[in-house]
Write a new protein. Structure first.
Length: 264
């Protein structure tokens, strides 16, 4: 049995590939969450990592929750408190861990991103879609709600009205409509998806790691903070940044009209 999540690092870029294509890369009923948490901790601790690409193997990005696991949860043998515990100690930990990862994450959406699979893509910073991708906030079709934080993530990605339309109908949209709705920033032919994601990751990774990480932290905090709080945090982060070797190298390279040579 193969691992759910394949971890591959090339230079400063890590590619995470969900690898249960026969089951359409489900996020529950398997070891997905545990493996994601291990991978995220590994990335956090490795300062050489400057960008992450997340994708799926096979025709789907992720089909979300496992239907057989949902069937089990609906039986009398599983209590409401058991289900609450499973969410809090399961997929909700993935939501928090991936959302708070300081390294930029690019979702390369190769196929269907359904339910929790769509929400997983929304946990990432940037989404690039194959022209074969389809997206659905489909929980309502199964008589449930987005227990993984999708009610918070999706409106912040596409706006409240469009998020409501997706959540209340459960209907799928294609890659073209996803681009129109700002769910993704780019749509490319399927065979160009990973090269496009890698090219974007390279453009991110060429920059100083600490600057990118702190910029992402500020953007995450700004979602729910007041302007004065963000300004104060920005002043602190900027003071730290001005004293780094990377900043000194960037200034020197600019003045000397040469490429910068950054450390870790």
């Amino acid at each position: 049995m193969t691992d759910f999540l394949l971890y591959e690092q090339t230079g400063a870029i890590v590619t995470l590939t969900m690898n249960q294509p026969e089951q359409r890369n489900p996020l529950t009923g398997n070891t997905a969450v545990a493996e994601f948490l291990v991978a995220i901790d590994r990335i956090h601790d490795d300062r050489s990592v400057r960008a992450v690409i997340l994708t799926g193997n096979g025709p789907s990005f992720s089909a979300g929750g496992d239907i057989r696991e949902m069937q089990r949860q609906s039986t009398a043998e599983v209590s409401e408190m058991d289900i609450r515990h499973d969410y809090r100690r399961g997929i909700q930990r993935l939501t928090l861990a991936l959302f708070n990862l300081e390294v930029p994450v690019i979702a390369a959406v190769n196929g269907h991103a359904i339910g929790a699979g769509l929400d997983l893509a929304c946990m990432c910073d940037i989404r690039i879609a194959s022209d074969k991708a389809r997206f659905a906030e489909s929980f309502v079709k199964l008589g449930i709600i987005p227990g993984d934080g999708g009610a918070w993530l999706l409106p912040r990605t596409v706006g409240l009205s469009r998020a409501a339309e997706m959540a209340f109908t459960g209907d799928a949209i294609d890659a073209r409509q996803a681009l129109e709705w700002n769910l993704v920033s780019r749509v490319v032919p399927a065979e160009e998806l990973m090269p496009a994601a890698r090219q974007l990751a390279d453009r991110i990774a060429v920059n100083p790691s600490h600057g990118v990480r702190l910029a992402k932290r500020l953007m995450r905090e700004a979602i729910h903070s007041r302007l004065d709080s963000i300004l104060e945090m920005s002043a602190v982060f900027q003071a730290v940044s001005h004293k780094t070797d990377d900043h000194r190298e960037a200034v020197a390279a600019f003045l000397e009209k040469r490429p910068a040579n950054y450390g870790r």
